[in-house]
Design a protein around this ligand. Structure first.
Ligand code: ASP
Length: 345
């Protein structure tokens, strides 16, 4: 137990932002002052736990870049006061929010742990209680006075994942998230096991830099056999479009038909960035491996490697809002900024 740790709990909403009255069953907004009645174990930490709550609390389907800005600003303004941050958030879009925050908070040297629940705190079989307790423990964990996990993460159902590697894959089970292309960073069993070699190393002396702006002139074009040409045209001709995430098959493959390729070439010629992200949850885009992706490479399509759609979307929106030209943006898309892609050796 360490008395000196301070953790800020930021409550945005979602199922974990609700508490179920054990007698009436009614759901009420999470009141952190009352949470100690439900989770008296929190007192055992002996930490200075403080909270800030969004008003109103929101279902995570209503998450927007403005909320990400609010979150980043809370963290930035209280960065020096706290050893770590825990964000209570609905699970539905948690992977987008964790990805966004990972790109917004450059030089982060403290833990920012997102967590949520499939059943509200107060419900008999809630998963929220354990998720909250362990997230606080991880946010406070230090070795030689240096935070063990200086990253934006998601903690859920005994696993800690890098935030920008996760996807919500299960709407039913407690085990709701996966990080298919990157190992988990920690596992809570009888002991906490930290997968140290996979955790980002940070330069503690660099100061936090926050990218707060987003440009949403992007689109996602998911391929499917039989795709209508007009549908593709309507997406690629959206006014002001700056980038499109092309969700391709397998290792980044797409039809070889001339009409399809022509449209991709025209988009690239207009200055639209086309980022190839595979529809497969595991594995990476390898442009040029098959004839069905060589033509994309020749057309100027950019490889997304093994990035998730959630990370690709938020990374693009942040890069497009920075004062960068397309060449620089493409270079950064092919750079692992915060561990979001695995580059070929
Ligand atoms: N609909 C809820 C949300 O994402 C579900 C949850 O919290 O898990 O806000």
């Amino acid at each position: 137990m360490n008395q000196s740790r301070s953790i800020l709990i930021i409550i945005t909403g979602g199922t974990i932002g609700m508490m179920q009255d054990p007698f009436s069953g009614a759901l009420k907004p999470f009141d952190f002052d009352k949470v100690l009645d439900y989770i008296p174990e929190l007192k055992n930490f002996g930490y200075n736990l403080q909270s800030v709550s969004f008003n109103p609390l929101i279902d995570s389907s209503d998450i927007s870049p403005e909320i990400w800005q609010d979150l980043a600003e809370i963290i930035e303004s209280r960065y020096n006061e706290f050893d770590g941050f825990v964000i209570l958030h609905g699970t539905d879009t948690m992977a987008y929010s964790a990805s966004a925050l990972s790109f917004m908070l450059e030089n982060l040297s403290k833990p920012v742990i997102f967590t949520g629940a499939q059943l509200p705190i107060g419900a008999l079989r809630t998963d929220g209680k354990e998720n909250l307790i362990t997230s606080i423990e991880i946010a406070a964990e230090k070795q030689n006075d240096i935070p063990v996990v200086p990253e934006v993460c998601i903690y859920f159902e005994s696993k800690l994942y890098r935030g920008n590697r996760t996807t919500k894959v299960n709407a039913e089970h407690f085990n709701a998230f996966q990080s298919a292309n990157y190992p988990y960073l920690a596992e809570a069993g009888v002991h906490m096991f930290y997968n140290r070699e996979f955790i980002l190393k940070r330069k503690q002396q660099e100061s936090l830099l926050v990218y707060r702006h987003f440009n949403n002139q992007i689109a996602i074009l998911k391929l499917f056999p039989g795709m209508n040409r007009d549908y593709m045209d309507s997406i690629l001709n959206v006014k002001g479009l700056r980038a499109v995430i092309l969700e391709t098959y397998g290792s980044g493959n797409a039809p070889t038909e001339i009409w399809f390729l022509k449209r991709i070439e025209q988009a690239v010629a207009k200055g639209i960035i086309v980022l190839d992200v595979t529809q497969c949850s595991r594995g990476s885009v390898e442009l040029g491996m098959y004839e069905t992706s060589r033509h994309l490479l020749n057309a100027g399509v950019v490889s997304g490697y093994d990035i998730t759609t959630e990370a690709a979307t938020t990374k693009l929106m942040i890069l497009l809002a920075r004062d960068l030209d397309n060449t620089e943006i493409k270079k950064l898309l092919n750079t692992s900024l915060n561990g979001e892609i695995t580059l070929p050796q």
